[in-house]
Design a protein around this ligand. Structure first.
Ligand code: ADP
Ligand code: ZN
Length: 725
């Protein structure tokens, strides 16, 4: 920055979707450096912003307003500002929209307010319920905590804690500021690793020690102990006084991970996910900005926290589609983690049993260092996988499970083990129709069928959430008792299996269970062996460790293969191999998986049955290479939506006339999106296909420069699309 001019001005980036930073003057008494968080006037209001650099000089001097205040919080590191600019450029969002990911917790920019924490008082209530006892146990183990933390650590509802406070059994103390987080201890409990694990752990430790950017693929079969191994990379960072970030999909469901972390490092890590209270986020953001958090486990947005001294970033289950953020700033957190690591000059470890094809190719071609774990920990064995040809083996009329599948479930529970039936479909039935007139129940606002949820007696649209009561008579012809449920969802499979084993304890695991806490609870009870039969959607596939689970039955292995998108085969392989991999994870139970399919000769299913993952990947890679599809070419989608088809079409046609000509970039479309209407918005899509090194972003920038969506029209760009709906 120059301060030769009489009036010192700087550019300030504001966390809003504006084209760029604005210039502000720095009052004489104030001294600001790039990265400083400041208050600035914007129109009639005042807003937080970040000093981005030298003045742009675009505004006439008399229009430049002064910065109102400098916030008492550490400035954002250069590395983070570079990351914001990099992401904005790559995903083609305004930098302010990306900065908003960083500045989600404005309360953190003010000095901390006194914090009220609670500890057990000398008196105990007359009636000690198990829930109350949990609160006292938590308080004894962890000391004073805020009421929200106390409830969470104890695993009870907030009202239990409130009552104890009201009756004087918990007393309030005021702390001057934020409570600091416990510091994980690298030497707390050294895990004794197998030879294979030890070798990989040393390699990762060396990479962290090098203190430079290096990307790694930790490729280990399900149950290999990948977590224990990457814990060593974290330990190395801690020993060097550096920080570690672990990105997990579905972090709010994973208490198992937290328990294991605590066993290894002696305390819980800091957390970052959408389930945290505003106060917890504030404290976490602030403590991290003050460089007092050494390990944080978070969802994708944790990449945008004000990290300093990062030693390692871990992306667990790197293949997981949940890392793709699909609205607002559309980005893939797995890819951005690699960028973040590069800017921080640290190691990044992508961990999985079923790498994404992109990562697999990066490792194969030497851009990522690959580390393999080929065996399950201890004497546990990988499950055997058997295919059932549904063309020759049929379930009884009105049923969905073949007799040998039911027999396997029976045998597992007879041995005192658990069985899992997997179907990636929520609810009772995906389609309801009237047998009298053929009317099919569709969502009024989307081009989608209403899904029956029989336990809740509702029809629900899975795209917009619209619900209706299950009608008594047909909407269209008025006939009663003629509604037919078509096809199975998890509820229907549950009904069927309960019919076979009425005395077994059967639970459904799906996102319809009523909140994250209920799901987390169910997962814990399943791990503790409190259920014999589990019927689940893809939630069961996410890294859970169910030691008693020996049999996995896949109701419809063909489900994901039909939709014909780029990643159909890859994703189906990943999902089914993760699901099958839930079985046989401890020494005393042998795993077995059975897949019902109408096309068992399909290469994905053949690869699963033979265990030839790499052969399948190589063939898939060849096909992608020939078609110049990712990672051998690049894709981007342009999605236009509007509240009327006319408005949408007019804009799309106008766009189509302006497509620039550039060698190496091909524009397909416009076409109605596969789901042509969601929430009453009509949707159209262009798909862009580019050579690997073509300037795709530049092309899109040129194209859209003069396209101004008006009225109800919205336009979004999805670079490296993952969903094609
Ligand atoms: P992955 O993530 O590779 O599927 P996990 O890290 O979940 O595997 O490990 C599977 C199980 O084996 C876990 O219960 C874990 O605690 C255990 N385990 C793995 N390695 C070791 C080890 N070296 N010592 C003790 N237990 C281990
Ligand atoms: Zn809908």
């Amino acid at each position: 920055m120059t301060d030769s001019a009489a009036m010192h001005t700087v550019s300030v980036l504001i966390p809003l979707a504006l084209p760029g930073p604005y210039d502000y003057s720095v009052p004489p008494h104030m001294s600001v450096a790039p990265g400083a968080i400041v208050r600035v006037p914007l129109g009639p209001r005042e807003i937080y912003g970040v000093v981005w650099g030298d003045a742009e000089g675009a505004a006439p001097p008399h229009k430049i307003k002064p910065i109102s205040a400098l916030c008492d919080v550490p400035a954002l590191a250069e590395e983070l500002r570079q990351f914001v600019d990099w992401v904005a450029n790559y995903v083609m969002s305004p930098p302010g929209a990306v900065l908003r990911q960083v500045m989600r917790v404005p309360a953190a920019f003010a000095p901390p307010k006194p914090l009220v924490v609670y500890a057990a008082s000398a008196t105990r209530p007359e009636k000690i319920t198990p829930a109350r006892q949990k609160v006292f146990d938590a308080s004894a183990a962890r000391g004073a905590m805020t009421s929200a933390e106390l409830a969470r650590v104890a695993g009870v509802s907030g009202s239990v804690v409130k009552t104890l406070i009201k009756n004087g059994h918990l007393t309030a103390h005021e702390l001057p500021g934020d409570i600091t987080f416990d510091t994980p201890d690298a030497a707390h409990h050294q895990t004794s690793l197998s030879a294979e694990q030890g070798e990989v752990a040393s390699a990762l430790r060396a990479a962290v020690q090098a203190g430079d950017f290096s990307p790694h693929l930790l490729d280990g079969v399900t149950g290999a102990g990948k977590t224990e191994v990457y814990f060593e990379a974290i330990a190395q960072a801690l020993e060097m006084g550096k920080k570690a970030l672990v990105l997990l999909p579905e972090i709010s469901l994973t208490t198992q991970f937290l328990d294991r972390f605590e066993a290894r490092f002696g305390c819980a890590p800091a957390l970052w996910h959408s389930g945290l209270s505003q106060a917890e986020r504030r404290r976490t953001w602030r403590e991290l900005a003050e460089n007092r958090i050494s390990v944080l486990v978070g969802a994708r947005s944790a990449l945008f926290l004000p990290w300093r001294d990062l030693g390692v970033i871990i992306v667990d289950e790197e293949h997981d589609g949940g890392f793709k953020q699909e609205d607002g700033v559309i980005y893939n957190a797995r890819d951005m983690a690699v960028v973040r690591a590069q800017l921080a000059a640290c190691a990044v470890v992508l961990s999985t049993a079923t790498p994404s094809l992109e990562t697999y190719v990066n490792a194969r071609d030497g851009r990522y260092q690959a580390h393999r774990l080929t065996a399950r920990h201890g004497a546990a064995q990988l499950p055997e996988i058997e295919l059932v040809d549904m063309r020759t083996h049929q379930p009884p009329r009105g049923a969905w499970l073949v007799p040998q599948m039911v027999a396997r479930v029976g045998a597992a529970i007879e041995r005192g083990e658990q069985a899992l039936l997997f179907l990636n479909r929520r609810g009772y039935a995906p389609l309801t129709l009237c047998r009298a007139c053929g009317h099919r129940y569709a969502c009024p606002d989307c081009d989608a069928w209403m899904v029956e949820h029989r336990f809740r007696k509702q029809l629900q649209c899975h795209h917009c959430g619209h619900v209706e009561a299950v009608p008594d008579s047909c909407q269209s012809c008025g006939e009663t008792d003629k509604l037919a449920a078509c096809g199975p969802g998890v509820e229907r499979i549950t009904e069927e299996i309960i019919g076979h084993f009425p005395d077994a304890r059967t639970v459904i695991l799906s996102s319809d269970m009523g909140g994250v806490a209920a799901m987390r609870d169910a997962i814990e009870r399943i791990s503790a062996g409190e259920a014999e039969i589990i019927v689940g959607t893809q939630i069961v596939a996410k890294g859970h460790h169910f030691p008693q689970l020996s049999f996995v039955g896949v109701v419809d292995a063909d489900l994901g293969l039909g939709n014909g998108d780029l990643r159909a085969a890859e994703r189906t392989y990943q999902l089914l191999s993760q699901v099958a991999g839930r079985s046989g994870r401890s020494v005393d139970v042998a795993g077995f998986a059975m897949l019902q399919s109408h096309m068992p000769e399909h290469p994905v299913l053949q690869a699963l049955a033979s265990g030839d993952r790499d052969g399948f990947f190589e063939r898939e890679i060849m096909a992608r290479e020939m078609a110049k599809m990712p990672p051998f070419g690049r894709l981007a989608a342009l999605i236009v939506s509007a509240t009327s088809p006319d408005e949408g079409m007019a804009f799309v046609r106008q766009l189509a006339t302006k497509i620039p000509a550039l060698k190496g970039v091909q524009v397909l479309g416009p076409a109605p999106a596969p789901i042509a209407r969601i929430r009453n918005r009509y949707r159209y899509r262009f798909l862009l296909k580019a050579d690997r090194h073509a300037p795709l972003q530049g092309f899109i920038g040129d194209w859209l420069r003069h396209a101004k969506p008006r009225g109800s029209v919205r336009l979004s760009v999805d670079i490296d699309p993952y969903n094609f709906l």
